[in-house]
Design a protein around this ligand. Sequence first.
Ligand SMILES: NC(=O)c1ccc[n+]([C@@H]2O[C@H](COP(=O)([O-])OP(=O)(O)OC[C@H]3O[C@@H](n4cnc5c(N)ncnc54)[C@H](OP(=O)(O)O)[C@@H]3O)[C@@H](O)[C@H]2O)c1
Length: 259
Amino acid sequence: MTVFDRFRLNKKRALISGGSRGLGRAIAQALAEAGADLVLTGRDLATLQKAKEELSALGRAVDILQADLVSSEGTEAMCREVLARHGPIDILVNNVGGRRENIEFLEQSTADWQRLMDLNLTSCFICCREFGKPMVERGWGRIINIASMCGQIVGRNISGRHYETAKAAMVGLTRCLGADWATRGVTVNAIAPGGFLTDANFRWFRERPELKQQFEAVIPMGRLGNPEEIGPLAVYLASDASSYMTGAYLLIDGGFTLW
Ligand SMILES: NC(=O)c1ccc[n+]([C@@H]2O[C@H](COP(=O)([O-])OP(=O)(O)OC[C@H]3O[C@@H](n4cnc5c(N)ncnc54)[C@H](OP(=O)(O)O)[C@@H]3O)[C@@H](O)[C@H]2O)c1
């Protein structure tokens, strides 16, 4: 077996929440190229269908499921449906989330806080529990939590502090499950992206054009990341190549957090 064989994902099934666009879509592509079959979730059916069409061309099975993970009920229903359709999942990528709302802390209602924490954190907790159980029972699994460098630093010139809070907690959960399941064949790791060129950021840059330049000026590499640059790291964490890594928090930020 060569080192590249250790990255192969043949006969594995990966679930990527928010796999229809952005970083989730790029991770889905990378996992499929490495040999995995896919289950993608998102709210918009047309975007999911487009992703399915494009990714099926890689020769892998691609299933899609329309689901809103902003509520516990929606997330639990999605988990039940996926397990009913496919049985245990081998690779879980908890990718759904985002800052979305630039709400001043002193103005943020409890209901908004709760809703955004549920989207960013509770959905991850529920998916880890529901898909983690069969992983632990079978003695193999890979969980990849898409956190953010904002789990470690605070976004400047922007509000919506549910985001930093939820991402830091996601890293805490990653560490806990990494330790709890370390001898059970299930690894749990977090990827912490810096700024990437996805719809979420294009929207911010449209609303506040000065943000892009401000952002790039404080990235040592001088640019935001392209979504496909996250794929190889996800393949590493999803495969046997990362067999001795768990509970880790891996920054991929063009050096942003160095300055
Ligand atoms: N982009 C960055 O610079 C960056 C940096 C650090 C961390 N991250 C993290 O990386 C993850 C992905 O970010 P992204 O920039 O790729 O986001 P994005 O472009 O907004 O894509 C989000 C994905 O999640 C789905 N989604 C959104 N809301 C959902 C909901 N309520 N229920 C179910 N699915 C939902 C979207 O599809 P629908 O809209 O059709 O539902 C889409 O597939 C997030 O957790 C984000 O916090 C991103």
